[in-house]
Design a protein around this ligand. Structure first.
Ligand SMILES: [Zn+2]
Length: 415
């Protein structure tokens, strides 16, 4: 990339339009202090390349009406992908996080790495052809990580921890680059939820926040002073493996090999096993009338029983959410966030669960760290690939060099 003054000015204007747009030409001239002819020339260039667009709106105020400019979010796109234990999620998203295409590529637990590389590359190639009229900024890959369901199902470990098994870096990334000509980046999946929420989701503008996933495991993604925290080996935020049952005479062994991990008593499977044990002891509960056709407890069955004020479900959901609240409060005491974003299918348990959880969190945080909000994520199933798209968009704008733009205030009323 050229690093001359024209390139710098052009990039600065693009960044200002991205952060403060829709914005008028006059505002751009005022903020940058560049000559009007320079700004006009750069804007024409950016419009010709479809990197920015005119909004069709005009700035308010006295004087001549001025067309406003914004990033061409419908034209600039990126591809994001991430792995679960039995499928790859691939999305193609606009610059504003609008997902234009979302696919799942299923694979069997014993599929080879070569098969996965082949399948993913072919799919990405098809996407680039289908969206040939867009400008694709790159492909972001959320690295495979451990998934509790892998251990529970005896899943082959090749999909776990890309750091120890680097077929994604050495196999998939170069293959995708060679076949598509696109920029391809890999990211630790622990950073992706905060990147997605900060750029597209409920944490826009937040600098210190934690995303917490409540599902088969309990995990977190941390943003500290505006930066996502990956940790020394890319596994920061393992809330579920904090030991909270230390010294118990009968600690449960976690799949990670340690006794007393939080996940053992706070995750969805932990809740289900407590409910099953209670039903097995013959405790009365309306849950029995909501089981699925195979006689299994489901999230919606628990939700229905809670909605009927079923005592047994209320008791165990409160137990689990109280322990979960302690774990989350510990994270809050450690990091002092302004915001907690909750994610994961356990949220489908509904208001009773959420209220108990919030009470337990607030009861256990240090009062000086108590000024934080709790929000629910809006991008549940696509949070990881969306985070990878966010990272590609950020690196396109070299946001680290232009971070100070966040501090700028528009003075549009004067225009
Ligand atoms: Zn563990």
């Amino acid at each position: 990339m050229p690093h001359n003054s024209h390139f710098h000015r052009r990039h600065l204007i693009l960044n200002i339009i991205n952060h403060l747009g829709p914005i008028s030409r006059t505002e751009l001239i005022n903020i940058t202090d560049y000559r009007p002819a320079t700004v006009t020339e750069i804007i024409k260039e950016l419009l010709d390349e479809q990197l920015i667009a005119e909004t069709g709106n005009y700035s308010a105020g006295p004087g001549r009406k001025r067309t406003l400019l914004e990033i061409n979010k419908a034209h600039l796109c990126a591809i994001g992908l991430s792995f679960t234990s039995n499928f790859v999620i691939i999305i193609l998203s606009q610059f504003d996080g609008t997902i234009l295409k979302q696919d799942k590529l299923p694979y069997s637990p014993d599929a080879s790495k070569e098969f996965l590389i082949e399948q993913i590359t072919a799919h990405v190639r098809t996407l680039t052809k289908e969206f040939a009229d867009k400008q694709l900024l790159g492909v972001g890959i959320g690295e495979p990580t451990h998934d509790p369901t892998n251990y529970q199902s005896g899943h082959s470990l090749h999909i776990n921890y890309a750091h120890f098994n680097d077929w994604v870096h050495l196999g998939l990334k170069p293959r995708l680059e060679a076949e598509t000509g696109l920029r391809v980046e890999t990211y630790s999946p622990v950073t992706l939820p905060v990147m997605a929420e900060q750029r597209f989701g409920v944490a826009k503008g937040a600098q210190n926040f934690i995303c917490i996933e409540l599902s088969n495991g309990v995990g977190s993604s941390i943003c500290c002073n505006g930066l996502a925290v990956a940790g020394a080996s890319g596994v920061a935020g393992e809330l579920g493996h904090m030991v909270i049952d230390y010294g118990s005479p009968t600690p449960k062994l976690c799949y990670c090999g340690k006794p007393g991990c939080a996940e053992n008593s706070t995750s969805y499977p932990a809740l289900v096993s407590e409910l099953e044990a209670a039903l097995g002891r013959g405790i009365f509960s309306s849950l029995t009338s909501h089981l699925d056709e195979n006689g299994h407890i489901t999230v919606s069955a628990i939700r229905k029983a809670l909605d009927e004020n079923d005592r047994m479900c209320m008791y165990y959901v409160k137990e689990v959410s109280t322990r979960l609240g302690v774990v989350i409060a510990n994270a809050i005491n450690l990091l002092n966030p302004e915001l907690i974003v909750l994610n994961g299918f356990m949220l489908q348990l509904g208001d009773y669960f959420l209220n108990q959880l919030e009470t337990a969190i607030r009861e256990n945080v240090l009062s000086v760290a108590g000024d934080f909000e709790i929000r629910i994520s809006e991008s549940l199933a696509t949070i990881l690939p969306l985070g990878a798209v966010a990272e590609i968009c950020n690196s396109y704008l070299r946001s680290d060099d232009f971070k100070w733009i966040y501090q700028l205030q528009r003075n549009g009323d004067e225009q």
